[in-house]
Design a binder for this molecule. Structure first.
Ligand code: SF4
Ligand code: SF4
Ligand code: SF4
Ligand code: FES
Length: 1001
């Protein structure tokens, strides 16, 4: 276990606690560890106030003084004191109690108690609860509002300076957990307050609306706007009446004391339990797998409350914290639709399902099962996916089943299969944070996997972790990196292989590890012959000195974790690029340990799960090949049917097969293929040719336009199930809201269709689906809903007894001889290159606020307010050369299509490279990308597209709005809350005694 310690501007470190020691607390011997924060040991023994101390993750802040205890006769802050063997602690002496009461009284000078009409009084308000616990009757320090307005300028949350107790937890969270470095406290101001970018207003600051600060705020100073007027029975009354009520309460307080008043507010807060439902869920956006409680009142989503997630604890990003309005969007599909002429008409489920099953049945009969195909979204649950692949195989009789990992993750999985055997992250996010060096290749981690990025930013800022980023674009992680370099797109395999050769040539390879655990060294070494540093420098267009510096960093690092994503996996040689990374990790011995390792960052919330559960043309659940007779027999016996022996088509092949007349009908659930697949025109042309096309979704997407029948599905908040995150972490989500209108959970729809086509399924709950899958899938053998209850999680492989594996490969690799395999590679130039006609290189990817094409996030008004439209980023050099200002309309044309879009001039891109965020609300940006793909996986080479731009006459406004953090934000990094500056104030008095000892950590 490690504890994080902070004292003012002294940066705290990650330190191992030493063995068990005993200390005396109130005369009782209490077991603890040397170096543990005393407050943790005290709280195990006795509940004392600790308003500014949140958790070991946040560390001690020491601003509130409410945790004072006596240690060996001296008053100390227990949060700012480390355990020393033999210390004698007294928590209940009069001195200590008086000091704590005085400290809390100072807090009340900064905070008006109007709990009964406060939307924060939901049994978790630490100020309210402390007032109650201390039996506060009257306050000495008169409450004085601060001379600042309430700040409502952020779309999602507000700050009320007059209620702010200056505990600094928001600052600590922003500076050291989220590491966005927006917040500080102006301790030197006459009236201290929280500052955004050193100034007074949230809107226009660098705040990315991640919500960490609101989550940790112990009172109502920072609150979600969605809570205001909603939580309390009386808090929704008009402001004037509310103020009058507060005045009445304040008037009676001197005579009555707080006791009776607090009892009323306490009773009211307990009554809120009835009115507010708190449901554990798992984020529906990216693959990090943040989990949290969602608070709802009827269908209103009041707030997201993270705390207990193994992955994220208090962390979220803007999408997870605030991106939920889409669930109640008026655009939700709520009833089945059937094509009628050029449009659609509403239909009953009976009518729609009977049409679907009749048509699918007749096409199967006429053309055979392989004329049909099925796609399931990697946003759907594991249980949805399992049933869909069972439907394809056991009911239709085809292996034509795929999911959207084809568009991003399949090459990473292939690279790992070739070398180490499992298609998943080799460790957990915690293991990344522990690593000596993090190497990020082709991943815009801060935008695409924001909470995971916080752990790297934190380790880099506070714990001396080294950070190297290889990326054509200077995104946030690149800006923070110790070394950032820009390899020529499509050439990563070369410099990575050159690193491997450098390690071998210069004695930095982990020879003992290679001897014991790795096959194929000689052949691999031979294949590295061309990959000298000089060759890499020339091909990748990176200075030789930079590459040598990177190599030396890798050689010197205690451990290396490589994070990669679509910057590697969306190229022609994507599988080879991923393989090169894994080769390098083997050469440097970064497998089989609890730091370092391979981390292909999974994009969608359940993209890992969609592969795991067999939504793939070649694998049954758990990556069991369909071509293996024994596997087939196992599933045939379990399902009571004959199964097709040959592999099916992936989604890329399905499109081609439609053109060839081989594929006649498709059933696509939750996948906006036109927006997500490359070469949108080509895909749309194929869909037009289908005999019958069923789309199941929550919104009317681009793909729906081509459907014959549209079935309304329900999103994550409306269903039970499990998701598997990038860490291979399986987590339960619980139904928070009823299905909207006539919409239904995907698994229910699939079951209904299957039964109408002759199956006899009778799943009553997703837990039964998981039980079946676990019984057939060794990787999931010990997975059950009981073992996943609440916030419990499991990381596969899970043994039958429930033992899981946060770190893979601790005992070798899943090959017959237990050894990993080095995989020789060569290099070929990308097929599509810029030329005189198409002179610019187009890159593309996600952006923080929007998920992928924005089907969900564009329906969140606050996100829309900050980032309402799509744009293309162009470099300052190109802008100067072509006289372009931000907001200028241009036509972008590739060899495959063309679109009109606004420009954003930015230093993030360089030279003749342009960048297109994937936001596609005004039409798919994949109109520009081609069908060329990675030969090993058919993953499109989205990131190998050449374009030209033509200036149009119109000059528009900047596509980013002033509220957007990228618009004008200027963060103010500091090590934490800097409490020493508070202690230096003339008006600061140490509670209890002038002799309070300032503990030096
Ligand atoms: S970035 Fe904004 S929302 Fe996130 S912790 Fe900082 S101030 Fe709060
Ligand atoms: S706004 Fe920040 S400093 Fe003020 S009470 Fe909340 S967490 Fe503490
Ligand atoms: S980091 Fe990913 S999983 Fe976590 S809240 Fe954001 S989108 Fe959701
Ligand atoms: S909890 Fe220790 S000073 Fe606030």
């Amino acid at each position: 276990m490690s504890v994080l310690q902070l004292s003012g501007d002294v940066v705290y470190g990650q330190q191992e606690l030493t063995g068990e020691v005993h200390i005396s607390i109130d005369g009782t011997s209490v077991a603890t560890s040397e170096g543990e924060l005393l407050v943790e040991a005290v709280l195990r023994h006795n509940e004392i106030p600790h308003i500014c101390y949140h958790s070991p993750l946040m560390g001690p802040i020491q601003t509130c003084d409410t945790c004072i205890v006596e240690v060996d006769g001296k008053l100390v802050r227990s949060c700012g004191t480390k355990v020393v063997p033999g210390m004698k602690v007294v928590t209940e002496s009069k001195r200590a109690k008086d000091a704590r009461a005085e400290a809390f009284d100072v807090i009340l000078g900064n905070h008006m108690l109007y709990c009964t009409v406060c939307d924060n009084n939901n049994e978790n308000c630490r100020v309210h609860n402390t007032a109650l616990a201390l039996n506060v009757e009257h306050q000495e320090h008169e409450f004085k509002p601060k001379p600042y307005e309430v700040d409502m300028s952020n779309p999602f949350y507000r700050y009320d300076p007059s209620q702010c107790i200056l505990c600094g937890q928001c600052v600590q969270a922003c500076q050291t957990v989220q590491v966005n470095e927006t917040l500080s406290i102006g301790w030197e101001l006459e009236h201290p307050r929280v500052l955004w970018d050193g100034g007074m207003q949230i809107g226009g600051s660098s705040c990315v609306s991640c919500g960490h600060c609101i989550t940790v705020c112990p009172c109502n100073a920072l609150m979600e706007k969605s809570m205001l007027g909603e939580a309390g029975f009386l808090s929704g009354m008009p402001k004037e009446s509310l103020n009058k009520m507060i005045d009445v309460v304040k008037a009676i307080e001197p005579e009555m004391g707080y006791g009776a008043i607090m009892q009323v507010s306490q009773t009211e807060s307990v009554m809120r339990e009835e009115r507010i439902k708190k449901t554990k869920t798992v984020c529906t956006y990216c693959g990090v797998g943040c989990s949290y409680d969602v608070w709802t009142k009827d269908r209103k989503i009041l707030k997201i409350s993270p705390l207990h997630g193994d992955t994220n604890q208090i962390s979220t990003c803007v999408k997870g914290k605030f991106g939920w309005d889409f669930v109640n969007s008026k655009d939700r599909l709520q009833t089945p639709l059937i094509r009628e002429g050029a449009g659609f008409r509403e239909a009953t489920w009976e009518e729609a399902l009977s049409l679907v099953t009749t048509k699918l049945g007749s096409i199967k009969q006429q053309y055979g099962p392989d004329a049909l195909s099925v796609i399931i979204s990697s946003k759907a649950t594991n249980e949805d996916g399992y049933l869909m692949q069972k439907f394809a195989r056991a009911v239709v009789g085809t292996n034509n089943i795929d999911n959207c990992s084809r568009y991003c993750q399949s090459p990473a999985t292939m690279g790992l299969f070739r070398t180490v055997g499992y298609g998943g992250d080799s460790g957990s996010i915690e293991n990344i944070a522990k690593s000596g060096l993090v190497l990020i290749v082709g991943s815009n981690t801060a935008d695409s996997h924001p909470v995971l990025a916080t752990r790297v930013k934190r380790a880099h800022k506070l714990f001396g972790q080294r950070l190297i980023v290889a990326d054509p674009r200077e995104h946030e992680m690149a800006r923070r990196a110790d070394i950032h370099f820009r390899p020529r797109p499509g050439t990563d395999l070369v410099w990575i292989s050159a690193m491997s050769r450098y390690m071998l040539d210069n004695g930095h390879a982990k020879q003992e590890f290679l001897d014991q655990w790795v096959n194929g060294l000689d052949e691999y070494r031979k294949s590295l012959e061309p990959f000298t540093m000089e060759y890499a420098a020339r091909i990748c267009e990176v200075p030789l000195e930079t590459l040598e510096q990177v190599a030396e960093e890798i050689a010197a690092a205690r451990s290396v974790a490589v994070l990669w994503a679509m910057g590697i996996t969306q190229h022609m040689r994507a599988s080879d690029g991923s393989t090169a990374i894994s080769n390098l990790l083997l050469i440097t011995g970064n497998y089989m340990r609890d730091e370092g390792g391979a981390y292909p960052l999974r994009g969608h919330n359940n993209v890992q799960g969609a592969g795991d559960i067999g939504a793939a043309p070649i694998y049954y659940p758990g990556y069991q090949p369909v071509t293996d007779a024994a596997n087939r027999k196992k599933f045939e016996d379990a399902w009571g049917v004959s199964l097709p022996p040959q592999r099916g088509m992936d989604n890329h092949q399905m499109v081609d097969a439609i053109y060839e007349g081989k594929l006649r009908a498709m059933y696509v659930a939750g996948e906006d293929m036109i927006s997500a697949d490359s070469n949108a025109n080509h895909v749309a042309g194929a869909f037009e040719k289908l005999d019958f096309f069923v789309v199941q979704d929550i919104f009317f997407t681009e793909t729906c336009r081509y459907a014959d029948v549209i079935l309304p599905a329900s999103p994550a908040l409306e269903k039970d199930g499990t998701f598997s995150s990038t860490e291979r972490r399986i987590q339960r989500l619980y139904q928070a809201l009823p299905e909207l209108g006539d919409s239904r959970a995907d698994w229910k729809i699939t079951q209904d269709i299957a039964n109408r086509m002759g199956a006899n399924w009778n799943y009553q709950h997703p837990s039964e689906i998981m039980a079946e899958m676990a019984s057939l899938t060794p990787l999931y053998a010990g997975v059950s809903y009981e073992r996943l209850e609440g916030y419990k999680t499991l990381q596969w492989p899970v043994a039958p007894d429930g033992t899981d594996q946060p770190v893979l490969y601790l005992n070798g690799f899943p090959f017959p001889d237990n050894k990993a395999r080095l995989y020789p590679l060569d290099f070929r130039e990308p097929d599509e290159q810029p030329d005189a006609d198409f002179d610019l290189f187009l890159n593309n990817g996600r952006m923080l606020e929007h998920f992928h094409e924005g089907n969900m996030t564009a329906r969140v008004p606050g996100i829309h307010e900050e980032t309402p439209e799509r744009y293309i980023e162009i470099s300052e050099e190109l802008a100067k050369e072509r006289n372009i200002e931000s907001g200028r309309w241009v036509r972008v044309t590739s060899r495959h299509g063309s679109l009109v879009i606004k420009t954003l001039v930015t230093s993030r891109v360089f030279g003749y490279q342009v960048y297109l965020p994937l936001l596609s609300q005004e039409g798919p940006i994949n109109i520009l990308t081609g069908s060329h793909s990675d030969p090993a996986t058919n993953t499109p080479a989205y990131k190998e597209t050449a374009v030209r731009i033509k200036l149009l006459p119109e000059q528009g406004t900047n596509p980013l709005r002033p509220l957007n953090p990228r618009y004008s934000g200027k963060p103010t990094p500091q090590s934490g809350v800097e409490v020493e500056r508070k202690w230096k104030r003339k008006d600061y008095r140490m509670p209890g005694s002038e002799k309070l000892v300032q503990i030096q950590l």
